[in-house]
Write a protein that binds this ligand. Structure first.
Ligand SMILES: CC(C)(COP(=O)(O)OP(=O)(O)OC[C@H]1O[C@@H](n2cnc3c(N)ncnc32)[C@H](O)[C@@H]1OP(=O)(O)O)[C@@H](O)C(=O)NCCC(=O)NCCS
Length: 180
């Protein structure tokens, strides 16, 4: 299933009375992003992953959600070695007191829209099927790919009608080695 057509990812949207703006991460955002990722996850592993992906130049799309100048969410799509142009989506983080207000969904959709715009052919994610299926991710589509993350929580999404092939080897960026 293809991702939704590209939309204006910097649009302002009122949610609970607060205007949340989605934009590209800028160089000065790193500390604020780290604080958000550390707050979202119980251990620092994911915050270390975000920092390492950035340091290694493997962070391809990094978007932040900003409320009144404050970073409240972030998403990274990183380089993935695959039989076609593909990205790995992870992690997605929203400040605990801002969760369940649609920010994570907007970050994911904006990240996928950007990937479509930039000509990426597929995206892979390790996560809750119940959540990621909302964006078109499908575990069955990922089934014949080889990866340390393969399994029922590993899902694929075609970004341009269909994946060029539905099997092959996937190698995540080196920063992910800490997570396996
Ligand atoms: C997962 C996360 C990014 C979602 O962001 P969010 O802004 O809270 O999500 P949204 O408001 O867009 O969507 C909320 C919906 O997602 C569901 N959801 C959130 N996390 C979920 C999970 N782990 N599994 C299944 N569903 C989940 C909620 O139940 C809610 O469902 P509803 O729409 O039926 O009420 C955010 O909760 C978060 O940062 N969690 C901690 C870090 C994490 O687990 N990241 C994902 C793995 S990389």
């Amino acid at each position: 299933m293809a991702a939704a057509a590209p939309g204006p990812e910097d649009e302002l949207q009122e949610k609970g009375g607060v205007a949340t703006h989605i934009r590209d991460e800028k160089p000065g955002d790193a500390a604020a992003v780290r604080a958000v990722v550390e707050a979202a996850f119980p251990q620092p592993t994911e915050a270390d992953l975000v920092d390492q992906l950035r340091a290694d130049g493997d962070s391809v799309i990094s978007l932040v959600a900003v409320d009144d100048g404050k970073v409240v969410g972030q998403i990274v799509l990183s380089k993935l070695t695959a039989p076609f142009r593909a990205l790995a989506l992870a992690p997605v983080s929203v400040l605990p007191d801002r969760q369940n207000a649609g920010i994570g969904s907007r970050l994911i959709q904006a990240g996928l829209d950007r990937a479509v715009q930039d000509g990426w052919q597929g995206a892979f994610v390790l996560g809750e099927p119940e959540y990621y299926s909302r964006f078109g991710f499908d575990a069955a589509l990922a089934r014949n790919f080889t990866s340390p993350y393969a399994g029922r929580y590993f899902m694929a999404l075609a970004l341009n009608s269909e994946l060029p092939v539905t099997e092959g080897n996937l190698i995540h960026a080196p920063a992910f080695a800490a997570l396996v």
